[in-house]
Ligand binder design. Structure first.
Ligand SMILES: C[S@@+](CC[C@H](N)C(=O)[O-])C[C@H]1O[C@@H](n2cnc3c(N)ncnc32)[C@H](O)[C@@H]1O
Length: 152
């Protein structure tokens, strides 16, 4: 089997997602991801999402193909990086969520949403890069309604 090669920019600029937004999918959505079984992990998690859904740190939108459109009434997503959001926006057009989705720039640590406004809050592969992951988790709990679910 051929060795898995990471794009040269990946590790060096891990805090600057704008700089490698167009290469990100080679890492978390390409053959490396397949080797680690990420597609199955994403599918298993995202199929549980339902109702009004918030995805925090959406990145390039690699989770979008795994949501079940029949279960989702609204999809909001937030990310700190404009470059990553631009990639997510392109991917969104290939899904059934374009009409019910809203992407916006913002921080996980200060979510611009009302308390109890989502049935499901999703975050994948992002907690480890947030400046303040505890604050981000507190914010996710705040915007998720009582009895809702946080899928991490
Ligand atoms: C490793 S990527 C994961 C992307 C996506 N969740 C996935 O599963 O492929 C981390 C993402 O978190 C975003 N991010 C980093 N710090 C953030 C913060 N404080 N608030 C919101 N997004 C942030 C980055 O811009 C990047 O898109």
């Amino acid at each position: 089997m051929d060795p898995v090669r990471f794009p040269a920019t990946t590790v060096a600029s891990v805090t600057d997602y704008d700089a490698y937004a167009d290469k990100y999918d080679e890492l978390d959505g390409g053959r490396t991801a397949d080797v680690f079984g990420f597609p199955d992990l994403r599918r298993g998690l995202l199929q549980q999402a339902s109702g009004a859904v918030l995805e925090v740190g959406i990145g390039t939108g690699l989770n979008l193909p795994y949501y079940n459109p029949r279960n989702i009434s609204k999809l909001a997503a937030i990310d700190k990086s404009r470059g990553m959001l631009q990639q997510a926006s392109k991917r969104l057009q290939e899904t059934q969520f374009a009409a019910i989705a809203e992407l916006q720039e913002g921080l996980a640590e200060s979510l611009p949403f009302a308390t109890d406004s989502f049935d499901t809050t999703v975050d994948t592969f992002s907690l480890c890069v947030y400046a303040n992951p505890l604050r981000a988790l507190q914010e996710m709990a705040r915007v998720t309604r009582p009895g809702g679910q946080c899928d991490l």
